[in-house]
Design a protein around this ligand. Structure first.
Ligand code: ARG
Ligand code: ZN
Length: 884
């Protein structure tokens, strides 16, 4: 990897950047250019001679002409940074091959051949963490999307499916455990302390699902009996010291296996399922066939070191990767433009699973919060793309909230329109029709039409059009008739200036003001630009509850009096709609306050309405605390900025903090009561105790805004009394925001307690980078120099810098220092780990929506990055799109 880069332009002057030679844009890959590969590779045998610094790979491919593709006299085998040590065809060494970029071009005259290629790689030098790399003395792989080509030459595309046989050999003391996909079919001892193992995976798979792990690992083992009575051996492999923290992951796996049988009729198809936890990992986890590789963050948990949120996230990610065994592995993707086929569908499946495990209402509210704070900004910014993109330069940049989370919403809409039973008919048909194939989004839609009985002709627009539709809802009333007028508009996005209206399924209910009840929920399809619906029999104007359970991923503008929102926030029987009414109350107030501004009268009326609604929530005995907690969460600053054409993050932050302080003053007694009540609930993992912990810290953080000194004592007390990470982290998060001795003491204590546990030290970095402390920027600078900080570990980089980029008052400091720090870090990280570096570009890409001062500063940083030479394809693409 090229590490050359230009020195930064000292004054951020874009003229200097312009003087540099135009950097070359990597080629654009288009969906419409898809062609089947001219060759089939029914079998591959891989032989690994393992070493941390040198691993020799011998790949033997059986190739045959693909009758369904154009003929070719030359096979293109993708490679990335590889040199062939030898190439043989049908047992004879050949040298008529050439290189085209990183790819090996090999002439093949006949119908079928055996191709054997030897390569050598250095896993310890692989800081990109793609392909075969070393982590903590072990060897592991990450091949999705295009990492296999860093191991050996191969048609590294998801529509080439092969049966894999893997042999690996190495020093037994260093690599006592040798794992790959499928089943272990043989093993043995060799000379000089070496040993070997042979694995065979009976299911044909694309190269991105290949995995190998070799290291000093121990397993928590268990078993699961499938619905047809087959026993599956289950293992969660970790380093010895982590074994006590694997119980929750194992339980989550067994629950996932059972749930997928019951809800989707999917049975596991091997006798063995392995999970391995790795400390250095670019993403969350990976669904390699029979050998899922996980970021330690999504495996290891116990009450002392993991929060309730961590427990839930582990359950969800374990389920997600397990569910891929059908939605992704048995039916895979034809090409990477179809990524949402497996990811959107699998996210929906993991969401439905978690709803069943954790409770539907809270989970739905949380999923929508993530969608709105991450995907909505993506959909309205320079990186907007449809869930099935038309082009890309680097596929790693398309593992996005749009592909994953909006993709899940699109399939969820199909489920809403069809109903769960018909939806299941659709998914059954999809799996049956395409089992063993590399399929497309279109295949999925057609299976839904045929199996679920839907007409999705117009609905397909959700796959091709980017942008979050805006739907306005106006309710008028005359005589006995209430009339609802719905209008939609899909905003322009890069490359898509004009849009068609899309079918939008909206669940709604009309409440009677007097009785506080409604006459039943209905599903209304807004299928054009505008629709008017009359509801009869309303003597009084009803209250509109709309997009209940967030039936469509749109933003709703309902023009209703404030008291309607207070009404719904106190009693809507749809939990999502209830939380939504509360959010809208606060969003409406803060957007007006941070935008055109409010006079004293408007300000006090807005605040009074919020106080009334929040009071009802704090004292409602019918709410469990998990839901109460959801209703207490105020809208985030990114989401608020998203509601404004041009945002001033400084004003948004100030207004939001001042509202918190005011509420704390008004509701101090209720909040302290909640804190006291919740503090008396003993630790357990049941709903009530988890709810208590949630409202405890939420109450604390609201109180902190009103009375920092008194709250600092309360937080220090919560910290000292904590017997679990949820309480401890919550207290420290609040303390980290105050300049005080209690803050310093507890931060030191936390570090000392957990210095041996990297996942908890990640929290320690994040807490400080996210804090409301006025010197947060200085703290991040100091932490960058901390001996535990390293750019080589993605978890650590994210712990410090993603947390910082998500801390509006620090990242958006008017001086531009926050922007500069992120840009400096991107330039430094890019040569080490480009995939992770590129993920930090999007916070800077929001410049068009910022007030002019910050917009110029953000743009300046993007230009400085763009002027660097030797930039990776990943970062280059994101920066160019962000400036465009
Ligand atoms: N398929 C994995 C998952 O969502 C994600 C792997 C992405 N890897 C990458 N290098 N982009 O479960
Ligand atoms: Zn996935």
């Amino acid at each position: 990897m090229d590490i050359a880069r230009t020195p930064s332009t000292p004054d951020g002057n874009p003229q200097l950047a312009d003087a540099a030679p135009e950097p070359k844009e990597p080629p654009l890959i288009r969906r419409e250019d898809y062609r089947p590969f001219p060759w089939l590779v029914p079998e591959i045998a891989l032989d690994f001679d393992l070493g941390l610094e040198a691993t020799k790979v011998t790949a033997t491919l059986t190739v045959a002409r693909n009758a369904r593709a154009d003929t070719s006299q030359v096979i293109r085998l993708n490679g990335d940074g590889l040199q062939p040590l030898s190439v043989a065809v049908d047992g004879e060494l050949v040298n008529d091959w050439t290189m085209d970029g990183g790819d090996l071009m090999l002439p093949l005259p006949g119908e079928a051949h055996e191709v054997a290629i030897v390569t050598e790689i250095d896993p310890s030098a692989n800081s990109q963490l793609m392909g075969l790399y070393a982590s903590n003395g072990m060897l592991c792989t990450q091949c999705e999307a295009e990492g296999f080509r860093r191991i050996t030459f191969f048609p590294d595309r998801p529509d080439v499916l092969s049966i894999y046989r893997v042999r690996m050999e190495g020093p037994k003391a260093q690599f006592p455990i040798l794992l790959s996909n499928g089943n272990k079919i043989a093993e043995g001892e060799g000379e000089g302390g070496r040993h070997w193992a042979e694995w065979h995976d009976p299911w044909p798979k694309p190269s991105y699902l290949f995995a190998l792990v070799a290291g000093d690992l121990v397993a928590r083992s268990d078993s699961f009996t499938t619905m047809s009575g087959r026993e599956v051996a289950l293992n969660v492999w970790v380093r010895a010291e982590d074994l006590p923290r694997t119980g929750h992951a194992m339980e989550s796996l067994k629950k996932s296996m059972k749930w997928d049988e019951e809800v989707f009729g999917r049975e596991y198809d091997l006798d063995l399922f392995n999970i391995v936890a790795v400390g250095d990992f670019n993403m969350g986890a990976m669904e390699n066939k029979g050998l899922n590789v996980f970021n330690t963050k999504y495996v290891l948990a116990d009450p002392e070191t993991a929060t309730d949120g961590d427990f839930d996230a582990i359950e969800g990610v374990i389920a997600h990767e397990y569910f891929h065994n059908w939605s992704g592995n048995r039916v895979t993707c034809r090409d990477w433009f179809q990524l949402s086929l497996k990811e959107g569908f699998t996210v929906l499946r993991d969401q439905l699973f978690s709803q069943d495990m954790q409770g539907e209402a809270v989970k739905r509210i949380e999923d929508v919060r993530v969608l709105r704070s991450v995907q909505f900004p993506e959909d309205s910014g320079p990186l907007a793309h449809p869930i099935r993109p038309d082009s890309f330069r680097e596929i790693s940049n398309f593992y996005t909230a749009t592909i994953y989370n909006k993709g899940a919403e699109v399939i969820r809409m199909m489920r809403t329109m069809a109903g769960p039973a018909a939806f299941r008919q659709g998914t059954d048909l999809y799996f049956e029709r395409h089992d063993g194939e590399a399929a497309t989004c279109e295949d999925f839609v057609r299976a839904m039409e045929d199996g679920a009985g839907l007409d999705l002709t117009k609905f397909r627009l959700w796959y091709s059009q980017a942008g979050t539709p805006k739907v306005s809802a106006d309710l008028s009333h005359e005589g006995e008739v209430a009339t609802l007028t719905l209008r939609q508009q899909v905003p322009p996005t890069p490359g898509q200036p004009a849009k068609h209206p899309m079918p939008v399924p909206l669940k709604l209910a009309l409440f009677d003001r007097e009785t506080g009840t409604h006459r039943g929920e209905q599903l209304v399809m807004l299928d054009g630009a505008e629709k008017t619906i009359a509801f009869e029999g309303f003597a009084q104007p009803p209250v509109l509850s709309i997009n209940r359970s967030f039936s469509a991923p749109v933003s709703i503008e309902r023009h209703v009096p404030r008291e309607d929102l207070v009404f719904l926030a106190a009693r809507d029987d749809d939990a999502f709609a209830r939380s939504e009414a509360m959010q809208e109350l606060v969003v409406g107030h803060l957007v007006a306050a941070a935008g055109e501004g409010l006079d004293e009268n408007e300000r006090s009326e807005g605040r009074a309405a919020i106080r009334e609604a929040l009071t009802a929530i704090l004292v409602d005995p019918g709410l469990d605390d998990l839901m109460r907690g959801e209703l207490m969460v105020l809208p985030g600053e990114t989401y608020l900025a998203e509601q404004m054409l041009i945002a001033d993050p400084g004003r948004i932050h100030a207004e939001r903090e001042s509202l918190k302080a005011w509420l704390a003053g008004e509701l101090g007694r209720e909040l302290r009561d909640i804190h006291a009540r919740a503090s008396s609930v003993p630790y357990s993992l049941d709903r009530a105790a988890r709810g208590a912990r949630k409202v405890k810290t939420l109450a604390l953080s609201l109180l902190a805004a009103g009375d920092p000194e008194r709250t600092a004592d309360l937080a220090a007390g919560q910290y000292d009394a904590a017997d679990n990470m949820t309480d401890r982290q919550g207290a420290l998060m609040v303390l980290a925001g105050f300049p005080s001795a209690a803050r310093t003491d507890r931060l030191i204590d936390f570090y000392r307690r957990y210095r041996e546990n990297p996942l908890v030290i990640d929290k320690w970095f994040s807490l400080q980078a996210m804090s409301l402390h006025p010197d947060a920027i200085e703290h991040v600078k100091a932490l960058r120099q901390h001996e535990d900080f390293t750019l080589r570990n993605p978890n650590r980089v994210r712990a410090l810098y993603m947390a910082f980029a998500g801390n509006p008052h620090a990242f958006h400091a008017a001086s531009g220092e926050g922007y500069r720090m992120i840009a400096d870090m991107i330039l430094e990280l890019d040569p080490i780990n480009s995939q992770t570096a590129a993920r930090f570009v999007s916070p800077l890409g929001r410049w068009r929506r910022m007030e002019p001062g910050r917009a110029a500063l953000m743009r300046g940083e993007l230009e400085r990055i763009a002027a660097a030479t030797g930039l990776s394809r990943d970062t280059r693409e994101q920066v160019t799109r962000s400036l465009g």
